[in-house]
Design a protein around this ligand. Structure first.
Ligand code: ZN
Length: 183
């Protein structure tokens, strides 16, 4: 908004003019025509603070919601992006177990006699039946997996929050008036 200046009239009141009106004539409330000084001189006159105050109050609740909501949405999206970027890959515990098993087998099975195989099968078969071949997890693995799942869950909560904030922001902009109510 262009600056406004107060040009005094002979009646004691002032006329608020913009810089574009420099050098022209404006009508005062009293009916007199007041000469607006040229631009250089106009700038030395007192500024119309009322207009300045009005222009700042043109920052409506709608603006606040649009600005705050957009910033908050971007921050939440940034946090979710960061959480996604720093999410550790889920280790393939099954693969690790197979590798360990293969390593163990290489080292041990050569020395085994048929009876050893049979005994080993007797011990491990019920465990395999109960857990599945790749599903055997140590408590540490289970715990780690839970932590990873929790991180993903928190990431999704942040993403959902960003969505909610964005939706509320748009709703607020639709519902709230475009211009500030004049007091
Ligand atoms: Zn006047």
């Amino acid at each position: 908004m262009a600056d406004k200046y107060l040009v005094p009239c002979a009646c004691g009141k002032s006329v608020s003019v913009t810089v574009h009106q420099a050098g022209s004539q404006v009508a005062c409330e009293c009916g007199n025509m007041v000469g607006v000084p040229p631009l250089r001189k106009l700038r030395t006159l007192p500024r119309d603070e009322q207009t300045a105050a009005e222009s700042t109050s043109a920052w409506t609740p709608r603006h606040s919601i649009a600005f705050g909501g957009t910033v908050l949405t971007l921050v939440l999206l940034a946090v979710a992006g960061w959480m996604t970027a720093t999410q550790p890959e889920t280790p393939e515990f099954g693969k690790i177990y197979e590798q360990q098993l293969a390593h163990y087998a290489d080292a041990t099975l050569e020395k085994w006699k048929p009876l050893d195989f049979w005994l080993n099968w007797q011990i491990n078969e019920p465990i395999l039946v109960e857990n599945g071949f790749n599903e055997i997890s140590t408590p540490q693995q289970v715990n780690y997996q839970q932590q990873l799942d929790e991180r993903l869950f928190h990431r999704n909560v942040v993403l959902a929050a960003a969505g909610v904030v964005a939706a509320l922001t748009m709703l607020g902009c639709l519902v709230l008036p475009r211009t500030a109510a004049k007091s």
